[in-house]
Design a protein around this ligand. Sequence first.
Ligand SMILES: *[C@@H]1O[C@H](CO)[C@@H](O)[C@H](O)[C@H]1NC(C)=O
Ligand SMILES: *[C@@H]1O[C@H](CO)[C@@H](O)[C@H](O)[C@H]1NC(C)=O
Ligand SMILES: *[C@@H]1O[C@H](CO)[C@@H](O)[C@H](O)[C@H]1NC(C)=O
Ligand SMILES: *[C@@H]1O[C@H](CO)[C@@H](O)[C@H](O)[C@H]1NC(C)=O
Ligand SMILES: *[C@@H]1O[C@H](CO)[C@@H](O)[C@H](O)[C@H]1NC(C)=O
Length: 472
Amino acid sequence: MLAFLWKSAGFYFFTILCCLLTYVSLADVPKIPPIAKYFNTKGRYEEVNKYLREDKLAINRSMLQPPSAQCREIYLLAIIRHGTRYPTTKSIKEIQQLYNIVLHNASGEESWLREIKSQWTMWYTEDMDGRLVQKGVSDLKNLAVRLSKLFPSVVSEEKLRGGSIQFITSSKHRCVNSTLSFKAGLTELWDIKDQEFDHEVNDSLMRYFDKCTRFVQEVDHNSSAVADVNKFKRGPEMRRVQEKIAGRLGVTYSLITHDMAEAAFYLCAYEFAIKEVNSPWCQLFDEEDAKVMEYASDLREFWKRGHGYDINRKSSCILFHDVFRRLNHAANANDNQLWPPVCVRSGQQVTETVTVQVGHADTLLPLLTLLGFFKDSEALTSTNYATQTQRSFRTSHMLPYAANLLLVLYDCGGGDLRLQPLLNEKPVTFPGLAEQQASMPLYQDVKGHYRELLQGCDFEAECQLFKPLPEP
Ligand SMILES: *[C@@H]1O[C@H](CO)[C@@H](O)[C@H](O)[C@H]1NC(C)=O
Ligand SMILES: *[C@@H]1O[C@H](CO)[C@@H](O)[C@H](O)[C@H]1NC(C)=O
Ligand SMILES: *[C@@H]1O[C@H](CO)[C@@H](O)[C@H](O)[C@H]1NC(C)=O
Ligand SMILES: *[C@@H]1O[C@H](CO)[C@@H](O)[C@H](O)[C@H]1NC(C)=O
Ligand SMILES: *[C@@H]1O[C@H](CO)[C@@H](O)[C@H](O)[C@H]1NC(C)=O
């Protein structure tokens, strides 16, 4: 009897010990790095929509909240960023440089540092150059399936087979592959094997930022345009982060430049986004450090693509007009049944019900800026990090991989057309448009709201280097 008690006590003791150990090791290294919500444009879509961690096909239709039960969607325009990708060649070179420093100069004794030195291998190669990874394929496939569940009457097998779903992409390999993945998501969902669907490459539309001469010269290729970003990189907040990294590694401060800190930050982000691991590299940052890194990158986006310079948003005029041209067509086609035809396929006139446009973070940001989204009362500068902690301009929230702006046109009966914007599948409101009809305003009111842009915002005129004098 006593022996039995001893045995069972021993058994319980072991079980408890085991559980405790598992618990402790899990608690030590959570699967998701605590800094994952600060990864800017290198962040996972699942960190923005956390419910997708559990179920990657989850949607919530009740979120759409149309003003009446009659409303039915008649047209969807989706501007989508490509999915998860490898680092670019430039980043891979920096990662290699950082890795060399850690291998040759780091003297720290922490277990994560030993893990980097003894187990982690530099598996990124320069030829990966920003290509779409397998996770990026799933990002787009799953998004396609979710959109078919959210908007079943327009994203449907019948519409796809009938040629009413149009695909337009940037020529970059990661965008073309993302487009193929989106299509594969739908054809696999409906088991379509007897038909193929083409896409159109249009860089004037999806990479307009390269074609806007004034933007390229005054901002993109102009180091003075980001002078404030460089100031922040040399400022006290960033210096503190670099010192802490150097301290954790046990190397001299001079080895950890801003570029090396950034390489380490994004290495953690890439390891997480691509392989879904909480890499030992993530231990180089605490949350305070991550917020500073996030701000540095937001500051750059603010000046290069956001509200920093007026030409940033104006460079998207061509896409802006294209969007409203398509919305108008859909609205008219709805009024007049099938007139005018929007696209002609194999001799047949077909009305476009869905337009899927795949591009870059750089495609989405100037357009969101033009529409007035994420404008804080004060500009982001090198000196206001502390007062900008509550800013709305946060690329980590706005532009993860597969980020998307959805514009959904509804017919609510009796010529009552409404337009609902969604960002990353969540309803948003057009900034400045009256609150009471916020989530699903009348299409007419949206056009009224953007009247000035609709009447102007001429890409050619805005993007030429020397603006003609205004007419007297
Ligand atoms: C769906 O969205 C509605 C409205 O926003 C919300 O009340 C509800 O909790 C959501 N349901 C789920 C399962 O997330
Ligand atoms: C880092 O290590 C390399 C290779 O061992 C060595 O040449 C270099 O002097 C070291 N740098 C510093 C700052 O310690
Ligand atoms: C992307 O497309 C290229 C060329 O079509 C192909 O070789 C490559 O395997 C694709 N990558 C993925 C991840 O699908
Ligand atoms: C690309 O889109 C623009 C804007 O809608 C259009 O004017 C142009 O004709 C398109 N180019 C091609 C090659 O389809
Ligand atoms: C570069 O940017 C600065 C700051 O905005 C501006 O003053 C300057 O004119 C720009 N240079 C060119 C060549 O556009």
